[in-house]
Design a protein around this ligand. Structure first.
Ligand SMILES: *Cc1c(COP(=O)(O)O)cnc(C)c1O
Length: 466
């Protein structure tokens, strides 16, 4: 089989139709697919190892190879996926990616495609508006929250630390902050010891009084506190750190406040959502993950910076070989570590234009309501202990009891519930104890699936003698 690198239009259409059939069939069956299925994945993997071939293969053969590789995985796009932080995969985003890759225009510098850059900037402006940011705000789309947080740390460093003062620069997180923040600090050149872990309260929120005590102590040691990273939705329980008090402390001591809202930020779009994260618009920068709360495909993260000039200061540079494309207005290359990049803005712009915001708002409101109902259900079942009333769409719980035997029983409960294949939950450890989590964030998850999850937990708890 030989496909030329530039097939005739007729052949292009046939290839595209074949892929469209493959994808639509998959998406249409998502609800019936198991929530996770890794049985026999090793042999599927083994079949995918091999040397490169000089000859091409029919597309149908390749799609047949792909099908089991997709099937043998966590069904992260399905309605039963309640583990970790679910994504989604709104279909229109795939169409946006398809167009972006097929036309392959260059958006790394503004002058190469000013109107396409505008599309991405407009989409970023929408996100800034949704977070309550002023006109001067700027943003970039990243591959995810981890890289957004890395970029944020670099920006805060440029804004608040004298150049080269990495050894004395101190940043503040809590024990519930996502680990990627500490990792990013290390990657950005800060010693591990410079990341302070501030105490949390009974609801797993950073304590502003403890933050201030730590900052004062560090100042007294001659160190340079420069950044605090409150979470808007922690990974374990969905806790929202008290932004108003943290902002007050940060201002008193000249710190940059970066809100890690990767998981929780888009709940601002839900009914009553703004009240859940008061004064978010006053934070110096915000990490968002559209591949979480906007249900887009993985690889869609975002960093917003309140003062757009700070973004520019941290990243702008000059190269002689780019002299033909230097303009008045900065492009994405001036605002981010990247130069060449995909046109990822279309993945955001197309779904929002196609559907409008309303369905996104409604879906987020639904996720909050579903989580609340799951909470009510488990709370009235005396066998379960709930770690905290949900602040967003995560419910953390465990079978009551202490010690290793209870941990093991909870692990077995998770194994049994997941083995049923209808839902897929994950676990964590908090205060040294094994904890189960339900995170409701897929736009495909509705009440029926939540009821299945609760029923499975109850029945398997009974089977375990609880
Ligand atoms: C998911 C998440 C991250 C990491 O984002 P990635 O997109 O996985 O890189 C960071 N912080 C929080 C709060 C998250 O929920």
């Amino acid at each position: 089989m030989r496909y030329p690198l530039e097939p005739e239009p007729e052949a292009l259409r046939a290839l595209t139709d074949e892929v469209a059939r493959f994808v639509v069939e998959h998406v249409a069956s998502l609800t019936d697919q198991p929530a996770s299925d890794l049985e026999g994945v090793d042999s599927v993997r083994a079949g995918l190892v091999g040397p490169v071939s000089e000859m091409g293969s029919p597309l149908s053969v390749l799609l047949d190879e792909l099908r089991p590789a997709i099937a043998k995985s966590f069904n992260t796009a399905g309605p039963g996926y309640l583990a970790f932080i679910p994504g989604g995969g709104v279909y229109a985003a795939a169409l946006g990616d398809f167009i972006a890759c097929a036309v392959n225009r260059y958006v790394g510098v503004r002058q190469a495609a000013p109107a396409l850059v505008q599309i991405e900037e407009t989409a970023l402006r929408w996100l800034a508006d949704l977070m309550g940011y002023p006109e001067a705000a700027r943003g970039i789309l990243t591959s995810g929250g981890s890289l957004s947080n890395l970029s944020a740390i670099v920006r805060a460093r440029v804004a608040r630390l004298p150049e080269g003062d990495l050894q004395r620069g101190i940043l503040y997180v809590s024990a519930e902050t996502h680990r990627c923040v500490a990792k990013a600090a290390r990657l950005a050149g800060f010693p591990v010891r410079n990341v302070r872990v501030v105490d949390v309260d009974a609801r797993f929120r950073m304590r502003p009084d403890a933050l201030e005590t730590e900052i004062r102590a560090d100042h007294a040691r001659g160190l340079h506190p420069f950044l605090v990273v409150p979470s808007v939705g922690t990974t374990n329980t969905g806790a929202i750190d008290p932004l108003p008090e943290i902002l007050d402390v940060a201002r008193r001591h000249g710190l940059w406040t970066h809100a890690d809202a990767a998981y929780g930020g888009f709940f601002r779009l839900a009914e009553g959502g703004e009240a859940l994260m008061p004064r978010l618009p006053e934070c110096d920068s915000i990490t968002l993950d559209p591949h979480k709360g906007l249900f887009l495909p993985y690889g869609t993260g975002c960093l917003l910076v309140r003062d757009g000039k700070a973004l520019l200061r941290a990243h702008a540079d000059h190269a002689d070989y780019l002299q033909d494309v230097v303009g008045e207005e900065p492009g994405f290359n001036d605002l981010s570590p990247e130069l060449s990049r995909d046109f990822r803005g279309l993945r955001l712009w197309l779904p929002i234009r196609l559907h409008g915001l309303r369905p996104f708002r409604d879906a987020l409101t639904e996720k909050l309501a579903l989580t609340r109902r799951a909470f009510e259900e488990l709370r009235t079942d005396g066998r379960f202990e709930i770690l905290d009333e949900p602040q967003l769409s995560i419910l953390a719980f465990r079978l009551k009891g202490d010690g290793e035997a209870t941990d093991a029983r909870n692990a077995e409960l998770l194994r049994r519930v997941n083995a049923r294949g209808r839902v897929f939950l994950s676990s964590t450890r908090m205060a040294g104890r094994y904890v189960l989590r339900i995170c409701v964030l897929s736009f495909r998850t509705h009440e029926d699936r939540l009821r299945d999850a609760i029923a499975a937990l109850r029945e398997e708890a009974t089977a375990l003698g609880a």
